[in-house]
Design a protein around this ligand. Structure first.
Ligand SMILES: *Cc1c(COP(=O)(O)O)cnc(C)c1O
Length: 340
């Protein structure tokens, strides 16, 4: 059987999750009448300590609604050069919202708040682009599942507040950061004007993300969601999967993290240059190789699917649908692929 470690998006809903979906009471969510969606939105807003929330079909839409609320056309958003919002959302901030982006480089995606603050130019006047917002990613996906140090997030909040610059969190994997660091979700939430979280990554729901923010902000986000074609009807059937995931799939993320460390440990024992186990903080392992495409191809021949980040880096992600046996098998295959 194939062991799919390309991403934590590949999970299929479990029988119990499907049962919860089938049993969900539903209504027309465009009229605000879907009780299950309303319950999910309230729950996620409360978890993150925000006033309101809106359910979206994807994390990209949740991020882009957040950016749209915080940055006006012609203004800029700052983010790191490997951020999902700038690399993996197909230029949406520019194409949809007229937002320009300026980036900082961040080894492993790690935030350096002072470096970011030095780039900010709020109220830049008539000749330069004004900075309206900064976007941070936690955990950092292409950085290899990096958990942002909480003190850096706090410092960035202080510096942006002083400057009148807004702060968005791409928290697609904030659940992983929360479980790995022990930092309460509300402590993350209170530092940001808007936060997006994904239900379909490590949490294992088939679809869905949530954006949280102020009552006024989320009301505006609902208008833009509909305008972009994201107004959904009896969507409680999907929100129910999210509620089920919040009940059953958050605490277990520690297992995914332990399994990622286990793979990194086995690989590093054979090839110390390929991975630093100490850098594996959550469920993502980045493997370095002179020919990463070949490593990916060899693993595929032996039934293990990895992702290719760039010519010298492959990525594997542990998730709900891989257990200890699959992880041991994948480690063996990976060591073999690096050896040949
Ligand atoms: C997956 C992901 C998203 C959202 O992706 P969608 O495929 O649009 O749901 C956003 N940010 C990060 C960091 C992600 O990993």
């Amino acid at each position: 059987m194939t062991i799919d470690l390309r991403s934590d998006t590949v999970t299929a809903p479990s029988p119990a999750m499907r049962a919860a979906m089938a049993a969900a009471p539903v209504g027309d969510d465009v009229y605000g009448e879907d009780p299950t969606v309303n319950k999910l939105e309230r729950r996620v807003a409360d978890l993150l300590g925000h006033e309101a929330a809106v359910f979206t079909p994807t994390g990209s839409m949740a991020n882009q609604l957040g950016i749209r609320l915080l940055v006006r056309p012609g203004q800029e958003m700052l983010c790191d050069s490997d951020a999902h919002v700038v690399r993996a959302e197909l230029g949406a901030a520019a194409a949809v919202s007229g937002v320009t982006t300026r980036t900082w480089s961040a080894p492993r995606g790690r935030l350096d708040a002072l470096k970011v603050a030095r780039m900010m130019r709020p109220d830049a006047g008539q000749y330069m682009v004004s900075t309206a917002a900064v976007a941070v990613e936690d955990t950092h996906n292409f950085g290899g599942g990096t958990v942002q140090p909480y003190a850096q997030l706090e410092l960035l909040r202080d510096l942006t507040r002083e400057a009148g610059v807004a702060l968005h969190l791409d928290g697609a994997r904030l659940w992983n950061a929360h479980v790995a660091s022990g930092t309460p979700l509300a402590d993350y939430g209170r530092l940001f004007d808007t936060v997006s979280v994904c239900l379909s990554k490590g949490l294992g729901a088939p679809v869905g993300s949530v954006l949280v923010g102020s009552v006024a902000g989320i009301a505006e986000a609902r208008v833009w969601r509909k305008r972009l074609g994201g107004g959904m009807r009896q969507v409680g059937i999907l929100a129910a999967a999210g509620l089920y995931a919040l009940d059953h799939h958050v605490a277990r993320l520690v297992d995914d993290h332990a399994r990622a460390r286990r793979i990194a440990g086995v690989v590093a024992a054979a090839f110390p240059a390929a991975v630093d186990p100490a850098a594996v903080q959550t469920n993502i392992v980045v493997i370095e190789s002179l020919d990463a495409a070949q490593v990916v191809a060899r693993c595929r021949e032996d039934g293990v699917l990895l992702g290719l980040l760039d010519p010298t880096h492959a990525r594997l992600v542990t998730h709900l649908d891989v257990g200890d046996d699959e992880v041991d098998q994948a480690s063996k295959v990976l060591v073999g692929a690096l050896r040949s």
